[in-house]
Ligand binder design. Structure first.
Ligand SMILES: Nc1ncnc2c1ncn2[C@@H]1O[C@H](COP(=O)(O)OP(=O)(O)OP(=O)(O)O)[C@@H](O)[C@H]1O
Length: 262
């Protein structure tokens, strides 16, 4: 079995390119185990790209290149001997638009990742896992009586929580979330935020968000990314969320968190 429990993720001097264009320049950030780290910054500054370097999704894009290191509890995610599927299992991802398998049942959606990661499980193990993951994702009570209905029949917010449950089923140690609420209404957003807060402590969360209130509500730590005038994205400032919002060290951070640009 893989390591269990939340793991620290550490990016060290990560640079990223698309073709000859450099979009991230030597970004270093420690994302502590069991905490929620928010990545904030204006559009195009490289937040999503950075997130994709953390679980080796960046390398799937044609022409994409990378330098630097990503360590999961001290182990190199990009080590030559380490399999891609292993990195993806340890470091799960939830996307902007909820993407359950629409025709597949709620139950099968939750356990879909097991097959992909080569895990065999008995019916009773799966039953327990489905209940546990839907509970952790804050969806169990709403769907317990209709587990055989298609995932696509749920509301957008429920679909996103289903995707969170699906990610949790392979027992990731880190969960990456790329603007997980941007396609949701305010009530669903609130519900997903509660889910994120409930998960903290059990799994390390890294979330990209454009919503400053959301970053303030859900995160323990915050990193402000910026790409100025065609230069690659860098982290201007990072630290405890409360400090980044209330006592920013850099004027550009102050301007951004106070809504003066971006
Ligand atoms: N597949 C791609 N091919 C080429 N360039 C890309 C690709 N994806 C992103 N980029 C470029 O890389 C830079 C960083 O993009 P990225 O999506 O990481 O920024 P972001 O901060 O997440 O933006 P947003 O907040 O709008 O999602 C941008 O200039 C973008 O145009």
């Amino acid at each position: 079995m893989p390591g269990t429990g939340p793991a620290e993720l550490e990016a060290s001097a990560v640079s990223a390119w698309f073709g000859s264009r450099k979009v991230l320049d030597r970004v270093s950030l420690t994302m502590p185990a069991g905490r929620v780290t928010a990545l904030i910054g204006p559009s195009g500054c490289g937040k999503s790209t950075f997130l994709r370097t953390l679980n080796r999704m960046h390398e799937l894009i044609p022409g994409a290149a990378l330098a630097g290191e990503v360590l999961l509890d001290g182990e190199d995610v990009y080590a030559p001997g380490r399999r891609l599927t292993e990195a993806r299992r340890d470091i799960g991802m939830v996307f902007q638009k909820p993407n359950p398998f629409p025709a597949m049942s709620i139950y099968d959606n939750v356990v879909a990742g097991l097959k992909l990661t080569g895990v065999r499980a008995s019916r009773s193990t799966k039953d327990r896992l489905v209940e546990e993951c839907l509970t952790r994702a804050g969806l169990w009570k709403e769907v317990r009586d209709r587990l055989r209905q298609p995932g696509g029949a749920l509301s957008g917010g429920q679909q996103q929580r289903l995707c969170i449950a699906r990610s949790l089923a392979v027992r990731p140690r880190v969960l990456l979330m790329d603007e997980p609420c941007s396609a949701l209404d305010p009530t669903s957003t609130r519900r997903v935020e509660e889910t994120i807060q409930e998960l903290a402590g059990e799994v390390t969360v890294v979330i990209v968000t454009h919503n400053m209130q959301q970053a303030a509500r859900v995160s323990d730590r915050c990193a402000f990314f910026l790409a100025e005038q065609g230069t690659p994205g860098v982290i201007v400032e990072h630290g405890p969320t409360e400090a980044v919002f209330n006592r920013p060290q850099d004027q550009r951070t102050a301007d951004y968190v106070n809504g003066r640009f971006g």
